[in-house]
Design a protein around this ligand. Structure first.
Ligand code: VG1
Ligand code: CO
Length: 544
């Protein structure tokens, strides 16, 4: 096997964000761009030699080309074996499962998740470690340092691999194992949930469903699990066929982007249950007939009802949520006497807590929920959890949510995103916000008195590593909160996220529209950050 050593020069923009490196495809297509990043991953891994890695992606444009390059570079860097999903496909949670199940050294996951795909859209790459989860900050920092000094990369002169042929093949010094992308994942789901109960409820028509795969990776997973195994009708999956450009859509499972599903769920013909997943299958949106469940509520309801699901019937060890996620799950933890952790945004911060057995269930407001079954958030897992819950409780989604609110109160919640803001203006907004922080505590604004105003830092309770600068939070004495963050996954300018929440104990007021209930806080947030004033915008681009 001939190995070429190619001279290269660093790119200065290869700092991994919230979840890996995400850039326009055209950026990745520059000579040496992908190669530099992949070699930097390999350079940051001690004892890579002789190990097996998992490789796969969400199937977006450039997935196959990138995989062929990575295979050749892995071979040249003494990787002994690669487990690759058929067609180069793995959903993010499926890749996490494969790493764990086959005890691989780690994995390279190709995805820009919910970002659009296609020749002019986004591509992404990230490294997951041997627990199946995203590499911790310590690793991504070392990786970034490597990208700044890289001088050469190694690539083997071997033929392209046939990614569609299941089975083992040897090429050069590397063993390639092409596996079914869905089978192992489907098997794991069958171990967690009550498939017999689901089959009978779906078969009898008690549960009817609509799953929107958004022309992304979950199409084949949903088809196999929901239709072939659980017996749902084939037309209960919409936009089921994966496409390199997601059919031109934005594969983000929220009501703004999953429009078709939303219309169905709010129509007279709505099925019992509706759901959608994102580009790489780790996000989920849960709906019932006439209702959208906010991800923060979904996390709280999942935690509160875990014992109804076979895999968690003995109880859960604890819960965690990312800082901007609403405090709904905290109330469940308090009532059920569970440990509860608040982490920075991004799934990598849950890894240590899950590994240490401190938590079983975790989630984020950004349509991400998961458990200790893998080390990524898991869209279909959440969908199956809810289906199992509806089947067990024999109650519609709306009733489950309303009952939960009656028991715990409702944390009325929303997020406003201002996308593609000029980076300079975004920085000015944050500078301005930071200047105000020290003087805010004790000040009153209408019915809201500031309790604390700070920049969130997190100390990992397992390895004591500290992560600074994880968003600005302003908490009020009545429990309301607002959080300001800059996105770490966008690829154009800066995306400002404003998260707002307010607690409502009174059941008579639980039916309110979130935007109306939060109007005063929304206005106050503008007063603090002046995003509209400084950008000339009149409204957020996306409200979730
Ligand atoms: C966003 C979400 C965050 C999530 C991340 C990756 O990050 O807010 O909660 O973990 O995306 O999800 P940011 O930095 O843009 O706010 V995914 O499905 O894009 O891998
Ligand atoms: Co995703």
């Amino acid at each position: 096997m001939q190995i070429d050593i190619i001279t290269t020069t660093p790119f200065d923009d290869q700092k991994p964000g919230t979840s890996g490196l995400r850039k326009k495809v055209t950026v990745f297509q520059q000579a040496n761009y992908l190669e530099n990043f992949v070699q930097s991953i390999f350079n940051s891994l001690d004892d890579l030699k002789g190990k097996t890695l998992v490789l796969g992606g969400d199937g977006r444009y450039y997935n196959r080309q990138a995989i062929q390059t990575i295979i050749k570079m892995a071979a040249a860097n003494d990787v002994a074996g690669l487990i690759i999903g058929q067609g180069g496909l793995f959903s993010t949670p499926a890749a996490s499962n494969i790493i764990r199940k086959y005890q691989a050294f780690g994995g390279i996951v190709l995805s820009a998740s919910h970002n659009p795909g296609g020749p002019d859209e986004d591509f992404g790459i990230k490294y997951n470690v041997s627990n199946g989860g995203p590499a911790p900050e310590k690793f991504t920092d070392a990786l970034f340092e490597n990208t700044k000094t890289i001088k050469e990369y190694k690539i083997a002169k071997i033929d392209d691999v046939d990614l569609d042929q299941i089975g083992e093949q040897q090429t050069g010094n590397i063993k390639i194992n092409i596996v079914d992308s869905v089978a192992d994942y489907a098997e794991l789901m069958a171990q967690i949930f009550d498939f017999d109960l689901l089959k009978s409820c779906i078969g009898s028509g008690y549960i009817s469903l609509c799953f929107d795969a958004m022309h992304a990776i979950t199409g084949p997973y949903a088809k196999h699990i929901l239709v072939d195994v659980l017996g749902a009708s084939p037309d209960s999956i919409i936009n089921a066929e994966p496409k390199e450009d997601f059919g031109g859509g934005h594969p983000d499972p929220n009501m703004a982007h999953a429009k078709e599903l939303t219309e169905i769920m709010f129509s007279d013909q709505a099925p019992t249950f509706g759901a959608a997943s994102d580009g790489d299958g780790d996000r989920n949106m849960v709906m019932g007939a006439g209702i959208f469940v906010t991800p923060s509520d979904s996390l709280a309801i999942i935690a509160a009802n875990a014992k109804s699901i076979p895999a968690y019937s003995k109880g859960i060890s604890g819960v965690a949520r990312s800082m901007p996620t609403s405090q709904a799950v905290d109330r469940v933890a308090a009532k059920q006497n569970l440990a509860c952790f608040e982490t920075p945004t991004g799934w990598k911060y849950f890894g240590n807590l899950l590994d240490a057995g401190k938590i079983t269930i975790c989630g984020e407001e950004s349509f991400g929920t998961g458990s200790d079954h893998v080390r990524e958030k898991d869209g279909l897992w959440a969908v199956l959890f809810w289906l199992n819950l509806v089947a067990r409780r024999r109650q519609p989604v709306a009733e489950i949510v309303q009952e939960h609110w009656r028991q715990y109160g409702r944390d009325i919640y929303c997020r406003h995103d201002y996308e593609a803001v000029d980076a300079k203006i975004a920085n000015e907004i944050f500078d301005h916000l930071k200047q105000q922080l020290s003087g805010l505590a004790g000040q009153s604004f209408g019915e809201n008195t500031v309790d604390y105003a700070d920049i969130f830092s997190y100390t990992d309770p397992v390895d004591q590593s500290v992560s600074h600068n994880q968003g600005i939070r302003i908490g009020f004495t009545n429990g309301s909160r607002m959080v300001f963050r800059l996105s770490g996954t966008g690829t154009v300018g800066a995306t400002l996220r404003i998260y707002l929440e307010k607690f409502e104990a009174d059941a008579d007021k639980h039916d309110q529209d979130a935007q109306e209930a939060l109007a005063e806080l929304i206005e106050l947030a503008e007063q603090f950050c002046q995003v509209k004033q400084r950008t000339g915008r009149t409204a957020p681009d996306v409200i979730t």
